[in-house]
Design a protein around this ligand. Structure first.
Ligand code: ING
Length: 317
């Protein structure tokens, strides 16, 4: 019996700096209702889906943005989303800023099954940007100031009749992210992102943001035989233009659904999880074809080590 599920990606437009949690949750519930009417089993919401992307502003104290963090999950403001999901029998992933009771800050995503239970929690591993104020930038990207790098790794959970994994934004640019979950048999990876169109370290990349976004997720899907959902918080958020172009990608690497606006928009696709085996049992049969003895650098070396410079010697005979 094939395992066909209906996946939703609930793209969000901008969330204003002073937009309340309950105003945002109302938008999320509206998208969830749309998803239920479209027959979705699971809906992916973006990274930091409850607040504006606050790392764009510097605060002298690291706790200066703590009002944007969730101290518990669920909590009274978010509870309506959990209640509606359980009533509708639709699961979801949700990204938010997490402040733990012992004072750690993570860029976190949870996976909630159709009965409203939290079945997975992922804390972002690859934290981009910088940790001190850099006034030369038109806006900051201070994720490394406000979030710790998680050392809890990438997990895959049994959910929605398959094997489901989570990743967040910058994680999607690193092939290791997908392979770590591919080696756990992942069949569906849900990835939320907040990606400014303007990349201060190299503005030449600005025009390629959409291309790079799909490139890395399509490659990750194909090379690991998994469905991938990329869901944006897009549009012009507090003056910063952010990439939308949410997409649902099949194990073949093909985009099967894509957002056409930069606002709140639900896209859906029927996903046969058994399609993953077309790649997992052939081209990307890891157990048969991977050469662990040839990949030492990947887990033992962090940065580049250049080959020795060769002294000009006698011409080879
Ligand atoms: N955002 C970015 C990402 O990797 C970034 C980092 C910023 C990339 C600006 C390009 C331009 O998509 C997050 N939140 O990781």
């Amino acid at each position: 019996m094939s395992r066909v599920i209906t996946i939703g990606a609930a793209q969000l437009g901008p969330i204003a700096r002073d937009e309340s949690r309950s105003e945002v949750v109302e938008r999320l519930v509206g998208l969830l209702d749309q998803a239920a009417r479209a027959g979705c089993d699971v809906v992916a919401f973006p990274e930091m889906a409850l607040t504006t992307f606050f790392p764009r502003w510097f605060t002298p104290e690291v706790d200066g943005h703590d009002h944007y963090f969730e101290k518990s999950m669920p909590n009274p403001e978010v509870r309506p989303l959990f209640d509606e999901a359980r009533r509708l029998g639709v699961g979801f992933s949700l990204g938010y800023a997490e402040l733990t009771p012992d004072g750690h800050r993570y860029n976190t995503t949870i996976l909630v099954e159709r009965d409203g239970r939290i079945v997975g929690k992922y804390r972002k591993v690859h934290i981009p940007g910088h940790d001190e104020d850099e006034p030369w930038r038109p806006f900051q990207h201070l994720e490394r100031r406000y979030f710790e790098e998680s050392s809890e790794g990438f997990h895959v959970w049994r959910a929605f009749d398959g094997l489901v994994g989570l990743a967040t934004c910058n994680d999607r640019r690193w092939p290791e992210t997908y392979r770590e979950m591919g080696l756990q048999g992942v069949e569906l990876i849900l990835i939320g992102y907040n990606t400014p169109m303007f990349y201060a370290p190299d503005p030449g990349q600005n025009a390629l943001q959409g291309f790079h976004n799909h490139l890395v997720m399509q490659a990750g899907a194909y090379q690991n035989g998994t469905w991938v959902v990329g869901v944006a918080k897009g549009g012009i958020e507090e003056g910063v233009e952010s990439l939308a172009q949410s997409a649902i990608i099949a194990p073949s690497g093909q985009i099967v659904a894509q957002a056409v606006t930069t606002g709140d928009e639900l896209i859906t696709a029927r996903a046969d999880l058994d399609w993953c085996d077309h790649y997992k049992t052939t081209l990307f049969n890891f157990d048969r074809y991977r050469r662990l003895d040839q990949y030492k650098r990947i887990t033992t070396q962090r940065g580049v080590i250049l080959p020795e410079a060769r002294e000009p010697g006698p011409e080879p005979a």
